[in-house]
Ligand binder design. Structure first.
Ligand SMILES: Nc1ncnc2c1ncn2[C@@H]1O[C@H](COP(=O)(O)OP(=O)(O)O)[C@@H](O)[C@H]1O
Ligand SMILES: [Mg+2]
Length: 379
């Protein structure tokens, strides 16, 4: 069923565009001054605190990406202007109120880019991709968290070879993520110890478990949080987009051309959760012999077909790599133990493409600059 493009739909998508420093989204902060719809061309009038705001590019890019992901949008025009004095003081009022109410819905810093890894069906290598992608981002030097949101089908602890336990800080009662290969990891598999705790967790709804992981974990100052979504289009996806509206989705698929069904499921998931899909990754694309012969064991074209139908780029085709399967079983991810192997090399490239599509948040923000200006004026 086609969904009409409405101003409400646009505003909903804009709630995913954050001003990291003010800790809220551009709608809440009153930065969206105008939305004009004209036959699939969407014009957004944005007011920033000051014109030469260092975050301007980021906010504009996020806006375009979010709106472009909505079905029916052909083109996005962002018109940025500076706020008037009055608008600026209203905005600061909202920001102060948010800070007082301590309204942040999660403990994930607003400067963290959130990338959810999803798929249309199970067994496509979603968890393997989540792990290796998170590690590849970590190797570039970013601070990375990995959240296993596959609450009951968890496989991240095994893939990282960790049997460490998540501890709660007695003072704050917050859970401390486990560190593995330099990234911060949280998974139900790192909590469940006894029948008792298993029962306790089983009693929680899946969306509640996710809420706990986002609200009761002392996530550090992460640049990226990679989330391994459970299969299906259900509760967890919806809860994630509610709790972390800045989340974006990367979809993993196989080369097989049963793509049509998968595409419909993924599009449905994106629509229901209002989480934009930014890219497709194809996994198990081919097997290459040492002398360079390629065999496409599982067909071809699935990734491209899905990317085309979602109108997003295909950012990589990961080969079958026996070391990946073996490494997964031993808790030795290929990106770390065999960085020159066929799969790891592609993971590194894919991480690079992802960094271009979803660049890290700017360090300096608009209000940061205002504060500096004020300090300079008063000194
Ligand atoms: N590119 C690959 N080469 C070899 N084996 C792979 C590859 N991707 C995934 N696998 C293997 O396929 C199985 C399923 O992968 P997994 O990441 O658990 O999938 P999902 O999370 O989608 O269910 C695992 O045994 C994994 O080691
Ligand atoms: Mg999995």
């Amino acid at each position: 069923m086609p969904h009409p493009l409405t101003e409400d739909r646009i505003m909903e998508a804009l709630r995913g565009v954050m001003d990291p420093e003010l800790g809220s989204d551009v709608v809440d902060l009153g930065m969206v001054r105008e939305v004009v719809l004209d036959e699939g061309v969407v014009t957004i009038g944005l007011a920033l605190t000051i014109a030469e705001c260092p975050m301007r590019g980021q906010i504009e890019n996020d806006t375009v990406r979010r709106i472009e992901a909505i079905p029916g949008v052909r083109r996005v025009v962002v018109e940025t202007r500076a706020m008037t004095r009055k608008q600026r003081s209203e905005l600061m009022e909202v920001a102060r109120r948010r800070a007082r109410e301590n309204a942040a819905p999660t403990r994930v810093p607003p400067t963290t880019r959130t990338i959810a890894v999803g798929s249309g069906k199970g067994g496509v290598g979603k968890s393997s991709v989540s792990v290796n992608l998170a590690l590849a981002l970590g190797r570039v030097g970013y601070r990375v968290g990995l959240l296993d949101a596959d609450i009951w089908g968890f496989s991240i602890p095994r893939m990282l070879g960790t049997d460490a336990r998540i501890e709660a800080d007695p003072a704050t009662r917050l859970m401390q993520p486990v560190e593995a290969y330099g990234i911060e990891v949280v998974s139900t598999g790192l909590i469940i110890e006894s029948e008792e705790t298993a029962l306790m967790w089983r009693g929680l709804m899946l969306s509640k478990a996710l809420e706990q992981f986002l609200q009761q974990v002392a996530w550090g100052k992460l640049d990226y949080l990679v989330i391994d979504l459970p299969p299906g289009t259900g509760d967890v996806q919806m809860a994630l987009s509610r709790l972390l509206p800045q989340s974006e989705m990367v979809v993993v698929t196989t080369p097989s051309l049963t793509a049509q069904k998968v595409a419909i499921r993924v599009a449905d998931m994106a629509r229901r959760s209002a989480m934009p899909v930014v890219a497709v990754i194809e996994n198990m694309s081919y097997f290459e012999t040492p002398d360079g012969q390629r065999f496409e064991l599982f067909g071809r074209g699935g990734g491209e077909a899905l990317a085309d139908s979602l109108n997003v780029p295909l950012i990589g085709a990961i080969p079958l790599d026996p070391a990946l399967g073996a490494g997964t079983d031993r808790g030795e991810p290929v990106v770390v133990v065999r960085p020159d192997g066929p799969a790891a090399r592609v993971f590194t490239e894919v991480a690079g493409r992802l960094l271009e599509l979803v660049p890290p948040a700017e360090a300096e923000t608009c209000t940061g600059r205002i504060a500096k200006l004020m300090a300079a004026l008063s000194s």
